[in-house]
Design a protein around this ligand. Structure first.
Ligand code: AMP
Length: 640
């Protein structure tokens, strides 16, 4: 029997080893010894069998988190070190509305001597609200290994420290309050590029620190430049506004994001970095009360985070004017196109009053670069820098990947074992295939006494937000999710990702396990594998080998069989070297697209290796686009 009692467990690895998860003779591999679910086992044995995972002995970054926090000191000290206070504590200013991040209700630029580069008075309550969340616990040694490649004419040099570049007092103060001690790789490169007023197309994913990579330099420029004409416009200076600060708002910066969840995350980050500034961030997204969003906009909006559909609605209602939008960010651009938002994006960027490219600064972030994205880049960006950031934690060794053979009928029992082994308090994300499956598994876990919640497409916006909140706060440390619902979400501190149902394509697997081990944290990913998953056998094996993970012998055998069966299958589509994409302009024969309008798929591009793939709805399904694929004859970024 594989489920032995373990005394004094020191870590999940040891517990998993004791569970003998990968042994072919215990998990459907053929000896006939069957898995015995916990509720059928001797109660006493199971009670003693799996203690909580000991964070101190075998933890996934707890000590680092503590160190990061402790190095900062107390809250009141923090305010002092963070900002060079002039008149700090002058509550009078705050009460007059000279404070934005806390949601004050007026524009503050009515005073003659307003200098947007100067911090407004601190506010303890707001500071607590914004900055009291735990840090992600950085494992920088691992994180610094992530390769970054910047291409394009006159690329500004990267920075190694936030102090290498002048972002002004407000930004630096908020970086300190956020306890960011050093920039992540994407920040090292993107911050100087954006500060140099260059357009940017970046291949970086949620979890890499990309939100701060664009928010910090954009806000820094806004603080330096002040409101300009937007202030007059918003006050009705000769335009269509009758009353002070009412009706139409003219944001200086717009961030477009595909989903409500991502928009909210960006907004939360924006509030942090807008603390003690005159910039008021707002967020609008579909599926929520538009009246309330309009009322919030009317209090003033300098930086708007929006999903495309709701923004078009707001523009058509005359609530938002983009005439002064000098900074445009498209976040997860590939996902926005996947979701069919291209018409709305073009309506917002090209068919309204937004300053044209070259006049505004445009930044695009995308995990992949299929042809539509490249066309969008060509249409929206001017002389841009292309930044390719290695994937965070996908194939990296800071995620321990386990693959275990579990028949469908045993999955629930097996899951209980894993949950017991890791301890009930560890944030665990469980991926299932279907919405129905998510509901059913959540019910099951609930009845087994686990605090859990779920997130999937059929749950209302309010339910999803509530579920995320419960999960993040640790009140429900188990989140059952479908892949679509979880994509793009910054769910930090996830200790364990469990693929209860493995996805059918390997890129989705990479995406999912990237939920753990984020921003350099250490994490664990366990996948339940059985006959139904044979289609990803070979790719899974490749990933495990690449990330120097333990490979179960049955998986090797299966992969061998599979390869022999399907000799016509061709090489794996998976990129190697950890990049989602490279700058297509570097590829011979690139840059000859036909027009984006009507030209899609007309083949006026480089052909051959670079643009040979399809461009459907799947992430990374394109076998080209400058990706770092190991096509024979090509030299990848690693020189292989
Ligand atoms: P993102 O990729 O923007 O979703 O960021 C992932 C997480 O990393 C967020 O929780 C950020 O607050 C955090 N983060 C971003 N930059 C840094 C940094 N330089 N140091 C520590 N944490 C960071």
């Amino acid at each position: 029997m594989s489920h032995v009692v373990i005394d004094n467990p020191h870590g999940l690895d040891q517990q998993l080893a004791a569970l003998d998860l990968n042994a072919a003779d215990c998990q459907g591999g053929g000896t006939g010894r069957r898995y015995i679910p916990p509720h059928l086992r001797n109660k006493e044995a199971s009670k003693n069998g799996f203690g909580s995972y000991d964070h101190k002995d075998g933890g996934w970054g707890g000590p680092q988190r503590d160190a990061a926090y402790n190095s900062f000191g107390g809250r009141s000290d923090r305010s002092k070190t963070a900002f060079n206070d002039r008149g700090a504590g002058s509550r009078g200013r705050y009460e007059r509305g000279g404070f934005s991040a806390g949601g004050s209700s007026r524009w503050m630029d009515d005073s003659k001597d307003d200098d947007w580069s100067k911090p407004t008075a601190p506010n303890e309550r707001v500071e607590n609200e914004l900055f009291s969340g735990g840090n992600t616990g950085i494992n920088f040694e691992k994180y610094d290994d992530i390769p970054v490649e910047a291409t394009g004419a006159n690329c500004p040099p990267h920075i190694d420290s936030f102090h290498d570049i002048d972002m002004g007092e407000i930004v630096m103060g908020n970086i300190t309050l956020s306890r960011y001690t050093r920039p992540t790789p994407v920040q090292k490169h993107a911050i100087p590029i954006i500060k140099s007023k260059r357009d940017l197309m970046a291949c970086a994913q949620t979890g890499s620190g990309k939100t701060a990579a664009f928010l910090l330099p954009v806000l820094s420029q806004i603080y330096g430049d002040g409101p300009g004409d937007a202030s007059q416009a918003a006050k009705g200076g000769g335009q269509d506004n009758g009353r002070y600060g009412r009706r139409k708002q003219y944001p200086l910066s717009l961030v477009l994001a595909p989903t409500r969840e991502l928009a909210l995350q960006i907004y939360d980050e924006a509030r942090k970095f807008a603390y003690r500034s005159r910039v008021r961030p707002c967020v609008v997204y579909g599926g929520a009360d538009i009246g309330q969003q309009i009322r919030d906009l009317e209090k003033g909006c300098h930086l708007l985070v929006a999903t495309p559909g709701r923004l078009v609605d707001m523009m058509e209602r005359g609530k938002i004017g983009l005439d002064h939008c000098n900074y445009l960010v498209l976040d997860e651009a590939d996902r926005m196109l996947d979701m069919g938002f291209e018409p709305q994006i073009r309506r917002i960027v090209e068919q309204d009053t937004m300053p044209p490219r070259g006049m505004r600064q445009t930044m695009m972030f995308s995990a992949t670069f299929p042809k539509e994205i490249q066309i969008l880049a060509r249409d929206f960006l001017e002389d841009y820098i292309f930044l390719a950031v290695g994937r965070v934690g996908s194939t990296s060794e800071n995620i321990t990947q386990k693959v275990v053979w579990v028949e469908d009928t045993d999955k629930r029992s097996f899951l209980l074992d894993l949950l017991n082994a890791t301890g009930k308090d560890s944030l665990t994300l469980v991926f299932v295939e279907t919405k129905k499956g998510a509901d059913a598994l959540e019910d099951f876990l609930y009845h087994e006494g686990y605090a859990c919640t779920s997130i999937h497409g059929d749950r209302s916006q309010r339910d999803r937000e509530e579920a995320l909140h419960q999960f993040r706060s640790g009140r429900c440390p188990i989140l059952v999710a479908t892949a679509v619902a979880a994509r793009g979400l910054d769910i930090s501190n996830v200790k364990h990702v469990i693929n209860f149902d493995l996805p059918s394509d390997i890129e989705e697997y990479v995406h999912r396990i990237g939920r753990t081990g984020r921003v350099g944290n250490l994490g664990l990913a366990t996948s339940f594998f059985n006959d139904k998953n044979s289609n990803i056998t070979k790719d899974l094996l490749d990933i495990l080998v690449e990330a120097k993970q333990e490979v179960p012998s049955w998986l090797e055998s299966l992969a061998y069989e599979h390869q022999h069966k399907s000799s016509t299958r061709g090489r794996s589509k998976r990129f190697s070297g950890g990049f989602g994409a490279r700058d297509y302009r570097q590829t011979p024969g690139s840059g000859n697209f036909s027009s984006s309008r009507g030209g899609r798929g007309t083949g006026g591009h480089g052909g051959g290796r670079s643009f040979g793939g399809g461009f459907g709805n799947n992430f990374y399904n394109n076998d080209g686009y400058g990706g770092n694929y190991s096509h024979s004859g090509s030299v990848d970024w690693w020189g292989n």
